[in-house]
Design a protein around this ligand. Structure first.
Ligand SMILES: *[C@@H]1O[C@H](CO)[C@@H](O)[C@H](O)[C@H]1NC(C)=O
Ligand SMILES: *[C@@H]1O[C@H](CO)[C@@H](O)[C@H](O)[C@H]1NC(C)=O
Ligand SMILES: *[C@@H]1O[C@H](CO)[C@@H](O)[C@H](O)[C@H]1NC(C)=O
Length: 344
């Protein structure tokens, strides 16, 4: 065997020109790499986040109690409305919501006032469409527990201060817990997509809204209130805990003055049952319109009107329509209320 035969086949000799070329290639490669690096830095750090992550909107304190700006029964210094339409938990079911509004022939220009009773977003397919509709049509709202959770997630995602409630007195913010494992939570993903206008709308929904006069049986009238989950019968509106108001379902024995979100808690009673029984006590003197309780469905008692008929679980979406008409002698109004529903 010849000693000069290379062991691993022919290795081409290296010439000076190739060395030059490789230097130029290196320079070219270097500038291309630098360009790509800068471009992707711009893409990922500046362009994409601005495109996909909306600008952060600082949260304001949540108002606990508001009043309808206008009323069905005329009172001095207040506007009048012809109908008050309250809708239970929509949960992002835009199609059914639109269908329901068509069915009741909702028309703000003819004096209709529309109020959604909380949980209008999350769970269903079109939360953002529902929100856009509510914003575009200047619809009145009550805050539900799911709107509150989304505000918490929003604050967490944007590293803002968590939502708080407006109190006259300083040291009584209710304690609430943040949910765990939030990255996988669909409500967290919804919160990330909210635009500032969406957040301003949700943040402006109050916990309780006084409705002025609403109908009782016969020709009687009573003061009405709207809230998402419920009211404690033994406290004034100002003393209610807002977390109770958006989460409660039952009251615990023996005094029924402690709430629980668990409707099946041992020895508990549904809050609305107690509220009806305690009517006439100093603070239990409203007709309460609420949502939140999908599992019990539409629940109409004399002093409490539960309007969550489980649209998100294939039930129905319900509206309570309170309308007025002039009495026979034509100098006063009487009020009527009826339920209007669509299938989900
Ligand atoms: C906030 O809600 C109140 C009704 O409670 C309404 O009068 C007001 O216009 C709302 N503000 C915004 C900015 O939507
Ligand atoms: C808050 O304070 C004002 C002024 O002192 C008072 O008029 C109002 O009724 C108070 N509101 C509540 C909810 O206590
Ligand atoms: C519930 O009522 C009992 C008896 O009146 C009272 O001792 C207790 O402090 C009340 N609890 C709350 C949370 O109001």
């Amino acid at each position: 065997m010849d000693e000069t035969t290379p062991l691993f086949g022919d290795v081409p000799p290296v010439y000076a020109d190739d060395a030059q070329l490789s230097k130029r290639t290196k320079a070219l490669l270097y500038s291309v790499t630098t360009f790509v690096a800068i471009a992707s830095l711009y893409l990922f750090v500046i362009f994409l986040p601005g495109y996909y992550i909306p600008q952060a909107e600082k949260l304001k304190e949540i108002t606990r109690i508001t009043e309808l700006g206008a009323s069905l029964i005329p009172v001095p210094h207040k506007g009048e409305i012809e109908r008050l339409i309250m809708v239970g938990d929509i949960h992002g079911h835009y199609t059914e919501f639109e269908e329901l509004l068509n069915k009741v022939e909702y028309n703000a220009e003819k004096g209709d006032h529309l109020l959604v009773l909380g949980d209008f977003i999350t769970k269903g397919p079109d939360s953002l469409k529902v929100l856009d509709y509510l914003i575009d049509h200047d619809v009145d709202c009550i805050m539900g527990n799911h709107e509150f959770y989304v505000l918490q997630f929003y604050a967490t995602f944007h590293r803002l201060d968590q939502p708080t409630f407006y109190y006259n007195f300083s040291d009584s913010q209710p304690q609430f817990q943040l949910k765990k494992n939030i990255q996988n939570d669909p409500e967290f993903r919804l919160a990330r997509r909210l635009q500032p206008a969406h957040v301003r709308y949700i943040n402006n929904c109050s916990i309780i809204k006084k409705l002025g006069h609403v109908p009782l049986k016969g020709n009687k009238l009573a003061p009405g209130v709207a809230v998402h989950a419920g009211l404690r019968w033994d406290l004034s509106l100002a003393d209610q805990n807002p977390i109770d108001n958006i989460e409660m379902r039952a009251l615990m024995a023996p005094y029924y003055n402690v709430t629980t979100p668990d409707p099946d808690f041992p020895n508990s009673e549904k809050w609305h049952r107690v509220y009806n029984e305690q009517q006439g006590k100093p603070f239990a003197n409203f007709v309460v319109y609420y949502g939140h309780a999908a599992s019990q469905g539409l629940k109409l008692r004399k002093y409490t009107k539960g309007l969550d008929s489980a649209c998100d679980k294939g039930g129905k979406l319900s509206a309570m329509v309170i309308s007025r008409r002039k009495t026979r002698d034509n100098d006063e109004y009487e009020l009527m209320q009826e339920i209007v529903q669509v299938n989900c």
